[in-house]
Design a protein around this ligand. Structure first.
Ligand code: PMP
Length: 355
């Protein structure tokens, strides 16, 4: 620890995202990336942006991207904010909507970054325990708060929250901003975007990293009442107006315009998810119902840590979360059918070999 560090930073153990291993041939199922390439139009648009625009600063407001998103999602462009991945937008939210000492709520098992940002920005938080079946108990969010953050579907459980529960929560918390992180919504569940015209305290966040196969490009969107968007713009402009570069803006626009590739990729992931869920259940694994591009699985007889270590030795990367209640589960990203077959065979051998 460095003597020059702030007290805040000394108190934070950063959330380390899943590893990005570089060794030879891997089955990489640890960070919920999409196994299929993005639309070829994305690359064409990005190449054009390189030759045309690189000399100039990018449009800070991402106007064309927001107009394209506006047509795509049916939300006015001034109610859309574009950021460098949804993580950046989530971080901006903590500065835009909460003051140090404010009390926000999020589930006890959810995306780890909510806690990290709360600590970094000095925002107090209380966690609401998930139910026995890993569902988000909506009543748990009816107590006083200055803000609520939910991932829908939740991660790393994969379970979707019914839209009526989200609406109830937004209605009961008109004093506070309710942030719904829809990173995985394209794989299942019901989006809250349709509620935006009714509630000025709802902010919906999307990413291009999962369903749009563009984790490397770093694009996220936030949608909500224009006053919420204005607050995000203020934060961004105090830090760095140009967080989304020309190349990313061009790629993101092309991605939104190619519905065919997007739909095909999602359908493939969902088909593989159902197939592997059945196979794993037949083989004695517990598999949490998933509305995402990952599965949370456990085996009654073999510890998740043992499975994880053994898979790594075979160059198969999945994810273990050292958190109460899910520390005996593995989170497995849905890869190609071939990758999932390799994983399944390896798991079967391990389970039979160890029993
Ligand atoms: N929210 C959730 C629930 C996630 O799982 C992730 C990906 N790790 C993100 C947000 C961040 O996605 P990105 O910054 O790539 O848009």
């Amino acid at each position: 620890m460095n003597k020059y560090w702030s007290e805040t930073i000394k108190g934070i153990a950063p959330y380390v995202p899943g590893e990005q291993p570089r060794a030879g041939r891997l089955v990489k199922l640890n960070t919920n990336e999409n196994p299929y390439p993005p639309s070829p139009e994305v690359l064409n648009a990005m190449k054009a942006a390189v030759t045309d625009k690189l000399r100039l600063y990018p449009d800070p407001n991402c106007s064309r991207l927001r107009e394209t998103a506006s047509r795509h999602y049916g939300i006015p462009a001034e109610q859309i904010f574009a950021g460098n991945g949804s993580d950046e937008i989530l971080a901006f939210c903590f500065k835009a909507f909460f003051d140090p000492g404010d009390m926000i709520l999020f589930p006890d098992i959810t995306y780890n970054f909510y806690e990290v940002y709360a600590k970094l920005f000095g925002v107090s938080y209380r966690t609401v325990p998930l139910t026995e079946s890993f569902d988000v108990p909506v009543e748990g969010f009816f107590t006083y708060n200055d803000g609520v953050i939910l991932a829908n579907p939740n991660a790393p459980t994969g379970k979707a929250i019914p839209l009526e529960n989200i609406e109830a929560l937004v209605k009961r918390n008109r004093q506070a901003v309710v942030i719904v992180d829809e990173a995985y919504i394209d794989f299942g569940g019901e989006s809250s975007i349709g509620l935006i015209p009714k509630y000025d305290n709802l902010l919906v966040i999307r990413t291009f990293s999962k369903s749009r196969s563009l984790a490397g490009l770093r694009i996220g969107l936030a949608m909500g009442h224009s006053s919420l968007i204005e607050a995000l713009i203020r934060v961004r402009d105090c830090i760095n107006c140009f967080t989304v570069d020309w190349i990313a803006q061009a790629g993101a626009i092309a991605s939104l315009e190619d519905t065919e590739t997007f739909t095909r990729n999602i359908q493939s992931v969902i088909a593989t998810r159902s197939r592997i869920t059945s196979l794993l259940r037949q083989a004695g694994f517990q598999v949490v119902d998933s509305s995402t591009n990952f599965l949370l699985i456990s085996h009654p007889k073999v510890e998740a840590g043992t499975l994880n270590d053994a898979l790594r030795r075979q160059n198969i990367f999945v994810r273990l979360f050292p958190r109460p209640r899910i520390d005996n589960y593995l989170r497995v990203t849905i890869g190609t059918d071939e990758e999932m077959d390799i994983l399944f065979e390896a798991l079967l051998n391990l389970v039979h070999g160890t029993q």
